[in-house]
Design a protein around this ligand. Structure first.
Ligand code: HEM
Length: 156
């Protein structure tokens, strides 16, 4: 004999249908938010500045923080700071007459004192020019700022 099942007492509430006008407004709002999203803006700026060729005139005007330098600390991507200037020495590592290891020790860090105390000639600074990618912001500089440390203050 067939049994008659009682109808459920509460039916699931149907999802309200959004009219297309409401959807349009939502899409427009999302597009506008994407435009002003600070993350998107920063990413674009990074990509743009990373495309600078080391040693190019544009690279010379770029301001780079110590935090950003610290991100480039591997043999495949090696930046160092020397006298407040930032150098990408990745391509020079294995050409360095003093060896790659001594430079890698300072990857992502300030190498001014190591550079100074290893008896580099004055011309070495010129050789470094082609690896220049920027310089530190004024508040992070040690040497090239008003009242900063003079090279003659650094012990040999
Ligand atoms: C990260 C820091 C350093 C950088 C960026 C650096 C960069 C340079 C550059 C650009 C040259 C000149 C190459 C040329 O003009 O042909 C050079 C040469 C040389 N470097 Fe370094 N160097 C660093 C650290 C050191 C250290 C720590 C030592 C030794 C312990 C060292 C030993 C030498 C020697 C022996 C030469 C050849 C002589 C000379 O050109 O002055 N370097 N280095």
């Amino acid at each position: 004999m067939a049994t008659v099942q009682a109808a459920p007492t509460s039916l699931p509430t149907p999802i309200p249908k959004q009219d297309s006008k409401e959807l349009d407004i939502m899409a427009l709002t999302m597009a506008a938010l994407r435009l002003v999203n600070p993350w998107t803006v920063e990413k674009k700026a990074d990509k743009w500045s990373d495309s600078y060729e080391p040693g190019s005139p544009e690279a010379k005007d770029r301001v780079i923080t110590l935090d950003e330098v610290a991100l480039h600390d591997t043999p495949q991507d090696c930046w160092v700071v020397i006298y407040d200037r930032v150098y990408d020495i990745t391509t020079f590592l294995y050409e360095h007459p003093g060896g790659a290891d001594v430079m890698l020790e300072y990857a992502g860090q300030d190498a001014s004192t190591a550079f100074r105390s290893s008896g580099h000639s004055r011309n070495t600074g010129k050789t470094l020019d082609r690896f220049l990618v920027g310089e530190l912001p004024m508040h992070e500089r040690m040497y090239r700022r008003p009242g900063g440390m003079r090279l003659s203050d650094i012990p040999e």
